[in-house]
Structures are given as C-alpha cells and as structure tokens.
Design a binder for this molecule. Structure first.
Ligand SMILES: [Zn+2]
Length: 123
C-alpha cells in the first residue's frame, strides 16, 4: 500500500509537465503566427510553431521581411507624400536641415535638428 502514494505523485508530476509542455507549444504557435504575420506572410503558421517550436523560429528568422518589399516604389512614395501632407496639415513641421517632415509630437528630427532650431531658421 505504501507504493501507492509515490506512484500517484509521479503521475501528477507527469501530467503537470505535459500540461506545461502543451502550454509552451501553444504559446510557440501563437508567437509564430504573430511573427510571420508581422513579416507580411499570410496563412496559418500556428502549427509550425506548435510542432517545431524553436526550430520554426530559426526557419522564420531566415525569411525576409515581406511587408514593405512587396509594394512598388510609386506606392511607397505616395504613402510617404500622404503621410507628410497629413503631418503638415495637423501641426507637423518640415526640418530645415534635411527636409524630413516630422509629426507634431516630434520635437527633434532624425538628423538631430530640434523643432525650434528649424522654425527659427525659417523665420
Ligand atoms: Zn532633419
């Protein structure tokens, strides 16, 4: 009768480990799906992450980012122009140093010029 208790504990430990392994696999699947969607790949990637875990992520890291490369230059240019116009119409500012249009909330351009320095130069 004494052997009954350890066996029950072993079974509980095995069940708990299996549950954690399953949870980890599900999380890998969800993470894989998000990763591939963020790279611009459609479709169901859940099972790749679920079944192959870290190996699926290794494969994913070798795939390029498809999101922007797929758009032709003229579309990217149109998006950039529309963004600039939107920013300028809503309190954004054009950097005098490099010409980049910055959103209203941005105080310093990517090139290091501050909004105030840019405005002063303009006046
Ligand atoms: Zn600038």
């Amino acid at each position: 009768m004494n052997e009954g208790v350890p066996i029950a504990i072993v079974i509980i430990i095995i069940v708990v480990v299996l549950i954690f392994a399953l949870l980890a696999a599900i999380m890998n699947g969800i993470a894989m799906q998000h990763l591939m969607q963020s790279k611009g790949y459609d479709g169901n990637w859940f099972w790749q992450g679920f079944l192959f875990g870290p190996f699926a992520f290794l494969g994913a890291s070798e795939r390029g980012d498809r999101g922007k490369a797929d758009y032709p230059d003229y579309i990217m240019e149109a998006i950039r122009k529309a963004t600039d116009e939107h920013n300028l119409a809503n309190g954004g500012w054009r950097c005098e140093s490099c010409g980049k249009v910055n959103p209203p909330a941005t105080g310093t351009c990517d090139c290091g010029k501050s909004r105030f320095a840019s405005v002063e130069k303009k006046d």
